[in-house]
Design a protein around this ligand. Structure first.
Ligand SMILES: [Zn+2]
Length: 404
C-alpha cells in the first residue's frame, strides 16, 4: 500500500529560485513533448512513445545546457507524465467517451516535479530526508518541517508549489495495518435526514448543531453580499467573509466525518452501508403526465429540497472516508441495495406497507415488533450485507395471531 506524507519546505530565496527554475524547465519540457506528439499524430498518424522521447534527452542537454542542471530522473518523470496523459486520452477514445485532448500546461497548472526513485539500485538514496532538512541533488539542502515521521519505505519524492509555498511529498510503501477490532461484530448503518446515522444496535449519531448555526451565518453573509455595490471595497470584503464562512462549514464537516469514521473503523470488523447510488431519495424524480400529456405536480420541488439536504449531509464523502480508513485497518465495508429496507420488518422479515418519511416508528403488523424506523432499516442493511435473505421469515404467524 502507498501512503503519502506532505511536509512544508522553507527554501531560502535562492533555493526557491532553483525550485522554480526546475519547475519551469519541466513545464517547458512537458509542453514540448506534448507538441511533438500532437504534430506527429496530426501530420502522419505516428504515435510517439515515451522511449522515443526520453532517448532525445541527451541531445536536448547539448542544445540547452541549462537542462544539465536538472536531475535526469525528474526529466524522465515529466516525459512519463505526458505518456500517461496520452494513454488516458487513447483509452477514452477507445471507450467512445469525450476524449479531451491532453492540454498544454500554464504556470499555474504545472506545479510539481518528481524524483521517481528515492532508493537507487545500489542502495544509495537520491535524496536524503533528515530531521530538519532534505537534501535534493543539484539543488542543495532545504529546511523542512516534519509534523509526523515517515512510515515504511520511501519510494518517490515530489516537490510541489502551492501559491508561494513549497511542499515535499514523499510516498512510502507501507504494509496494511492489521488491527484487532474492538469487537468482531458487523454493523449496519442507515444514513438519514433526521439523524446523521443510526446503526443496527440502535445507536444514533446526530448532525452536530454547529452545522445549522454556521449555515445560518453563511446565509446571512450571502444576503449581505447581494446588497453590496459591484466593484466596491465593501463588496470585496463581503466576498471574503462568505468564502471564509464556506471554508468553516467545510472544515467542521470534515472534522466531524473524520471523528465518526474513526470510531466506526476502530470498533467494527464489517461495516455495511446503503449503496447511495441506488438510493431513491438521491435519484431525480420522474416527470408525471396526465392522460392529456400535461405535466402533473410530482413533488419534484419538495424532493429537490430533500435532495439538496441529502447531498449537504455529505453521506457520500463520509462513506468514502470510512472506506479509506477501513482499507488501512483491514476492515470490510459492504454497500447494499437499500430497496425496501424501511418496509421490511427486521424481526420477522415480512414486508409491510410503504412508510412516509414522517412515520418515525416501525410497528410490525405481523410479529408486533416496535422499533425506531431508522434502527429497523439499519438492521435490514446489516443483514442484507451479511447475505441473509430479508424475505425468509424468522417465524410464522401474524401479529394478531400472536396477540390472540
Ligand atoms: Zn415483523
Amino acid at each position: 500500500m502507498m501512503k503519502a506524507f506532505k511536509y512544508r519546505l522553507y527554501p531560502t530565496c535562492k533555493q526557491a529560485d532553483a525550485l522554480q527554475f526546475t519547475l519551469d524547465r519541466n513545464r517547458e519540457l512537458y509542453n514540448a513533448a506534448l507538441e511533438e506528439r500532437r504534430e506527429a499524430w496530426r501530420m502522419s498518424r505516428v504515435n510517439v512513445t515515451y522511449a522515443m522521447q526520453s532517448a532525445q534527452l541527451p541531445e536536448i542537454k547539448e542544445i540547452r545546457p541549462e537542462y544539465k542542471e536538472i536531475y535526469s530522473q525528474i526529466l524522465q518523470d515529466t516525459l512519463k507524465r505526458v505518456d500517461k496523459a496520452f494513454k488516458a486520452f487513447f483509452k477514452r477514445c477507445k471507450e467512445d467517451k469525450t476524449p479531451g485532448y491532453p492540454r498544454f500546461q500554464g504556470y499555474d497548472r504545472y506545479d510539481s516535479f518528481t524524483y521517481p526513485q528515492i532508493e537507487k539500485l545500489k542502495g544509495k538514496p537520491t535524496i536524503t530526508i533528515e530531521e530538519k532538512k532534505v537534501v535534493l541533488p543539484k539543488i542543495g539542502q532545504i529546511k523542512v518541517k516534519k509534523q509526523r515521521d515517515l512510515e515504511g519505505k520511501a519510494k518517490t519524492a515530489t516537490i510541489k508549489r502551492e501559491g508561494d509555498r513549497w511542499y515535499l511529498i514523499i510516498t512510502c510503501e507501507v504494509e496494511a495495518r492489521v488491527k484487532l477490532p474492538y469487537t468482531d461484530l458487523p454493523i449496519g448503518i442507515d444514513m438519514g435526514l433526521k439523524h446523521f446515522m443510526t446503526d443496527s444496535h440502535g445507536d444514533v449519531v446526530d448532525n452536530p448543531r454547529f452545522f445549522r448555526k454556521s449555515h445560518g451565518r453563511l446565509k446571512k453573509l450571502q444576503q449581505r453580499l447581494a446588497k453590496k455595490k459591484k466593484r466596491s471595497n465593501r463588496r470585496k470584503k463581503a466576498v471574503k467573509s462568505v468564502a471564509n464562512a464556506h471554508k468553516k462549514v467545510r472544515n467542521q464537516r470534515k472534522d466531524f466525518h473524520h471523528k465518526e469514521s474513526r470510531i466506526l473503523v476502530d470498533t467494527f470488523e464489517t461495516i455495511i452501508f446503503e449503496d447511495l447510488s441506488l438510493h431513491h431519495m438521491v435519484r431525480r424524480p420522474k416527470a408525471k403526465q396526465d392522460e392529456n400529456g400535461k405535466y402533473l405536480h410530482n413533488g419534484a420541488a419538495a424532493k429537490g429540497g430533500l435532495n439538496k439536504s441529502i447531498l449537504d449531509a455529505g453521506w457520500a464523502s463520509f462513506i468514502e472516508l470510512v472506506k479509506h480508513k477501513a482499507a488501512w485497518a483491514g476492515v470490510t465495508v459492504i454497500e447494499v441495495d437499500p430497496k425496501k429496507t424501511s418496509q421490511i420488518c427486521s424481526a420477522c422479515h415480512k414486508e409491510g406497507e410503504h412508510k412516509d418519511l414522517s412515520v418515525r416508528t416501525h410497528l410490525c403488523t405481523y410479529c408486533g415488533v416496535v422499533l425506531d424506523r431508522d434502527h429497523n432499516a439499519a438492521v435490514n442493511i446489516r443483514d442484507r450485507g451479511l447475505g441473509r435473505s430479508l424475505r425468509e421469515p424468522a417465524s410464522s404467524g401474524t401479529f394478531q395471531e400472536a396477540l390472540a
